[in-house]
Design a protein around this ligand. Structure first.
Ligand code: SF4
Length: 342
């Protein structure tokens, strides 16, 4: 602060409130720098842990914005992505934020999750409008809801590595609905380009044949693809075409559960079987409890046994490794009774 003139600090993480000592940290930063007018933000709070106490401690003097990522707005979709936060919890968090003077709440949602219908997209719209209504009740026309909606892209080494990505038509239809509805005073919408999403989907679950495509696209003039004005969808498609590859093969194709993936030889410690269980559970709308309450033997413990022995046990929050026979028994009890796809 003394040397830069910066007056704002942002504590970044995937989920700041999961950090056990977040209250102590926020209090200590406030005690030390609060008198100098330092403003602090936690941009990725979990809605369910955005306690009034924590919000009070943040005390952002400029009251800029607060970001939450509910990701989905219906019970069905929340169960599918294993992230259950009810509407009432979202509204409660919104009330807590607006009533402390923050004018803007930013929400991140995703469209294109497996099994999603237009009804689920409507629920995003309804929830955003309900939150704005809460804001307007407390702050009048100063209340804002900024909504960022990205499109889900299935990724390797995740429970959704088997699912088809939404087609361009499906995405456009959902985006049109959002653009028609999330508008007007206090509502602001941002969304991703459908072409870039499709391209990211191809690269995400690509195979070794994409190496030739990458080189050809570069030869054709593709570069700085992450810059919106530098991305040349037509040249990428031309490169695919020249090698007889179809983008849909990587994006919109449903994979059989026994398909061997191009990334299977990469060991990320989490077992494929564990991911498959998660996937099959999600199809049935079943959720896993937080694994800190019940270990599911995902595979990281044996893999990192050496590192683990050199680290304080509480740093892991994982229970001790069970003998193989017990783990097998546990898995047998949990494996959902569903038919595998052909
Ligand atoms: S508690 Fe640890 S080992 Fe068990 S499922 Fe969770 S991350 Fe994996």
């Amino acid at each position: 602060m003394e040397n830069t003139g910066f007056e704002e600090i942002s504590l970044l993480s995937l989920s700041s409130s999961d950090y056990r000592d977040v209250h102590e940290l926020v209090t200590a930063v406030n005690d030390t720098y609060g008198e100098f007018g330092l403003s602090m933000s936690l941009p990725s709070l979990r809605i369910e842990t955005a306690s009034a106490e924590l919000l009070d401690k943040l005390g952002d003097t400029r009251r800029s914005g607060f970001t939450f990522a509910p990701e989905a707005a219906t019970e069905k979709m929340r169960n599918i992505i294993n992230k259950y936060v009810g509407d009432e919890q979202v509204l409660k968090a919104a009330r807590a934020v607006y009533s402390r003077g923050w004018r803007t709440i930013k929400f991140y949602f995703m469209i294109g999750h497996p099994e999603e219908t237009l009804e689920d997209v409507w629920a995003i719209i309804d929830l955003c409008k309900a939150v704005l209504k809460e804001g307007q009740r407390l702050l009048g026309s100063k209340a804002n809801v900024n909504v960022g909606v990205s499109t889900f892209i299935p990724k390797p080494h995740t429970p959704f590595q088997w699912v088809p990505q939404d087609t361009r038509e499906q995405v456009l239809q959902k985006q049109r609905l959002l653009r028609d509805q999330i508008r007007g005073h206090g509502l602001h919408l941002r969304w991703n380009s459908v072409e870039e999403t499709e391209f990211e989907g191809i690269i995400s679950r690509g195979d070794r044949r994409l190496g030739r495509v990458l080189q050809r696209a570069w030869e054709l003039g593709c570069k700085f693809d992450a810059w919106q004005d530098g991305y040349r969808h037509d040249l990428w498609m031309q490169a695919f075409d020249e090698f007889g590859l179809e983008p849909w093969f990587y994006t919109h194709r449903e994979r059989a559960t026994d398909e061997v993936f191009p990334w299977d030889h990469i060991d990320v410690a989490v077992h494929k079987k564990f991911l498959l269980e998660d996937y099959l559970m999600s199809i049935k709308g079943e959720t896993r409890v937080d694994c800190r309450d019940k270990c599911f033997a995902c595979g990281i413990l044996p893999k990192f046994s050496e590192t683990r022995s050199q680290t304080a046990p509480e740093a892991w929050e994982c229970p001790p490794v069970k003998p193989k026979s017990e783990r097998k028994k546990d898995r047998g009890e949990r494996t959902p009774n569903v038919t595998l796809m052909p």
